[in-house]
Ligand binder design. Structure first.
Ligand code: LMR
Length: 409
């Protein structure tokens, strides 16, 4: 009976969102969930998404039939090109298989489920996924839900508020050969700290030597460097080095299609005469997993993204929209940093402008986060992460002053 079911804790992020909604203070500030907001703290429908949506609605042939199990083919092929590059050798060699998923979460899940079933390294100790400390909180439950052991590698240095590169390298070298390493392709969540290209090269070298398996989570392409290609550089570097790897790709943030759940999973085989055969076998198994879990993916968000990705003019408009979002976030980083500098708030705050992507890992501790919420109606995760897009020209000063006050207490 249900008597045996214990009460589970509320999801920290969605719980935070609900608490923010309930708060009636006119001063309240939502820096919780990673979702873009405009300068009025409102959700923003990308102009290109509006255009694509209108085009779709005009299409007399649009219907509500099932998509194939692997999803919309125009969408998955465009997704490959976006993340691997149009002239990718992996695409040319037909050694990529891609399935449309329930956004990035679904892609991480499908990959983890696939590994739990088919990853049988000779050393059973290697059957684990190593994730960064910290990582996106949902990684932990997605991976443990499919009964894969989860292990960690250091990533963030509390002292420098930057990458704990030496610690990460040491952990990778002492992880068993053949382990799976979960990597954030760009704009690391929650820290906003990415390896440099040179550091990525060293990471790839050590993983190559140890025959480790990269699983890239890419939820922020377009938010890190200002260039879609550069944001996918790490993935493509690993592919150039001949790795077999998996990628989870989300369109929630870069298309603002949060609720439409558009995403893609890619398995890339290593270059070999058997690669196409491997891809065919892997694809056949992924199709069975997909069918049993979601049957086939939802169509609408993928149709929107597909229209944009496959049309040069819409694609150019999309890049413009991405610049609008990442540009405003960069402005807010600068504004916050300069307000804190002006007030001479104790501590160093360079990391606010050094970190990239949607988040900043402020270094505020749990108590300070609690005080910000109780005294100032500011909502952020208790690890001190803020979603930069929650700041705007109207509330950035209020937030800076609140931080100043809790830091000085
Ligand atoms: C976040 O970390 O805020 C986002 O990725 C939203 C989510 O689903 O957790």
């Amino acid at each position: 009976s249900a008597d045996v079911v214990p009460q589970a804790p509320e999801d920290p992020l969605f719980g935070l969102m609900a608490a923010y909604r309930k708060d009636t203070s006119p001063d309240k500030v939502d820096l919780g969930i990673g979702a873009y907001r405009d300068n009025n703290a409102k959700p923003w429908v990308l102009p290109v998404v509006k255009q694509a949506d209108e085009l779709l609605r005009k299409d007399p042939d649009l219907n509500h039939e099932y998509l194939p199990i692997a999803g919309l083919a125009d969408f998955t092929s465009a997704s490959q090109k976006l993340i691997l590059g149009k002239s990718s050798p992996a695409i040319a060699d037909k050694r990529v298989v891609s399935l449309q998923t329930i956004s990035g979460t679904g892609a991480v899940h499908l990959g983890a489920l696939f590994l739990s079933k088919f990853y049988n390294p000779s050393n059973p100790e290697a059957k684990a996924i190593y994730a960064s400390t910290p990582t996106w909180a949902n990684h932990n439950q997605i991976i443990t839900n499919v009964h894969l052991p989860m292990k960690n590698y250091p990533y963030f240095s509390k002292e420098t508020k930057g990458l704990a590169f030496d610690g990460m390298m040491e952990a990778l070298s002492s992880a068993p050969d053949g382990s799976v390493i979960l990597l954030h392709a760009c704009a690391h969540n929650p820290t906003g700290v990415d390896p440099t290209q040179d550091q990525w090269k060293q990471i790839a070298q050590i993983m190559r030597r140890k025959n480790q398996f990269p699983f890239f989570d890419c939820a922020y392409q377009g938010f890190a460097s200002g260039s879609l290609e550069t944001d996918a550089w790490a993935i493509n570097h690993f592919i150039e080095q001949g790795f077999e790897l998996m990628i989870a790709q989300s369109y929630a943030k870069n298309f603002g299609l949060y609720g439409e759940r558009a995403g893609c999973f890619h398995f890339v085989a290593a270059p070999s005469p058997n690669a196409q055969d491997e891809i065919s076998r892997v694809g056949s198994q992924l199709a069975i997993l997909q069918r049993s879990e979601i049957s086939n993916p939802p169509a609408y968000g993928a149709r929107i993204a597909s229209l944009v990705l496959n049309d040069d003019a819409l694609f150019a408009q999309w890049e413009e929209d991405l610049r609008t979002m990442s540009g405003r976030i960069i402005e807010m980083r600068k504004a916050l940093k300069s307000k804190l500098d002006e007030m001479e708030t104790p501590g160093t705050w360079n990391h606010i402008t050094d970190q990239i992507g949607m988040f900043s890992f402020t270094g505020l501790n749990e108590q300070q986060v609690q005080k910000l919420r109780e005294k100032f109606h500011i909502y952020m995760t208790k690890n001190g992460r803020i979603s930069m897009a929650g700041l705007n020209t109207k509330n950035v000063e209020y937030f800076a002053k609140a931080v100043d006050s809790v830091v000085r207490e």
